[in-house]
Design a binder for this molecule. Structure first.
Ligand SMILES: Nc1ncnc2c1ncn2[C@@H]1O[C@H](COP(=O)(O)OP(=O)(O)OP(=O)(O)O)[C@@H](O)[C@H]1O
Ligand SMILES: [Mg+2]
Length: 234
């Protein structure tokens, strides 16, 4: 497939005005391929979450372009961007963003319900994915009754349940022990990644570096290095 999964061109994002204006992302360009698990690493505050938010249609850049499946996403209207997020992107937020009034199972089923899938079928599929993250027995609880690591696994299940073309994970293993983190990322690489999909992962966790196909290093809002292949635990 010649089309790139993701093209980011000269992305810039600042926050604040006047003396308080600070640049979070200072002109970032990169491409991610279908079939690829691309890691983005860098110190806290280097702009990683800001970059992912612009790529996934959550945060509008001040300048620059994001092209996904040949479409410049920030040229779309608000409804079309919402559809794009629903149909193309799966996102695991650094702070999970689970819905407290819904059960764990319903949280995982949300993308399917939004896509107007039959309720019972959506719940059955969500349960399969809860089983993948080993939380089937927690299905009927609200997420706030779960531990941080359990909530993180629910967020991962919700992001992969609708089999998105572009899966974006922001620190997906931060609350997980080493074995659980490796197991879930291993599952994602084996079963979610294929030649029509691309996975972007922001992480500090060297325990999961072995799954990376390429790695982009960020510092202070810029890319400082791009590395390919053969990553072992540091
Ligand atoms: N909504 C916002 N308003 C103001 N400043 C922001 C906002 N979001 C991010 N920033 C600033 O932009 C910079 C980059 O933040 P970002 O969250 O992208 O970093 P990060 O690399 O994801 O860090 P971490 O590893 O701690 O998650 C930081 O200096 C942060 O304070
Ligand atoms: Mg972050």
């Amino acid at each position: 497939m010649s089309e790139r999964a993701v093209k980011a061109i000269e992305l810039v994002k600042w926050f604040g005005e006047g003396a308080a204006k600070t640049y979070a992302v200072k002109g970032i360009s990169f491409e991610a391929n279908f079939g690829e698990m691309l890691y983005i690493v860098g110190p806290s505050g280097s702009g990683k979450t800001t970059l992912l938010s612009m790529i996934s249609g959550i945060l509008r850049p001040n300048s620059g372009t994001v092209v996904i499946h040949g479409q410049e996403i920030w040229k779309l209207g608000n409804n079309a961007i919402a559809d794009f997020r629903l149909n193309t992107i799966g996102f695991v937020f650094q702070d999970y963003h689970l819905f407290p009034k819904l059960t764990t199972l319903e949280n995982v089923a949300i993308p399917l319900i939004l896509k107007k899938q039959d309720w019972k079928k959506a719940m059955d599929t969500a349960m399969e994915f809860l089983e993948v993250v080993e939380l089937k027995e927690r299905a009927s609880l609200p997420p706030l009754k779960l531990s941080g690591g359990e909530q993180q696994r629910v967020a991962i299940a919700r992001a992969i349940v609708s089999r998105p073309d572009i899966l974006i994970l922001d620190e997906p293993t931060a609350s997980l022990d080493g074995n659980t983190g490796k197991k879930i990322l291993g599952f994602v690489k084996e079963n979610v990644l294929n030649e029509h999909r691309c996975i972007l992962i922001v992480t500090h966790d060297s325990r999961i570096f072995e799954y990376a196909d390429r790695m982009i290093k960020m510092e202070d809002g810029k890319i400082v290095e791009v590395l390919s292949g053969g990553f072992d635990e540091e």
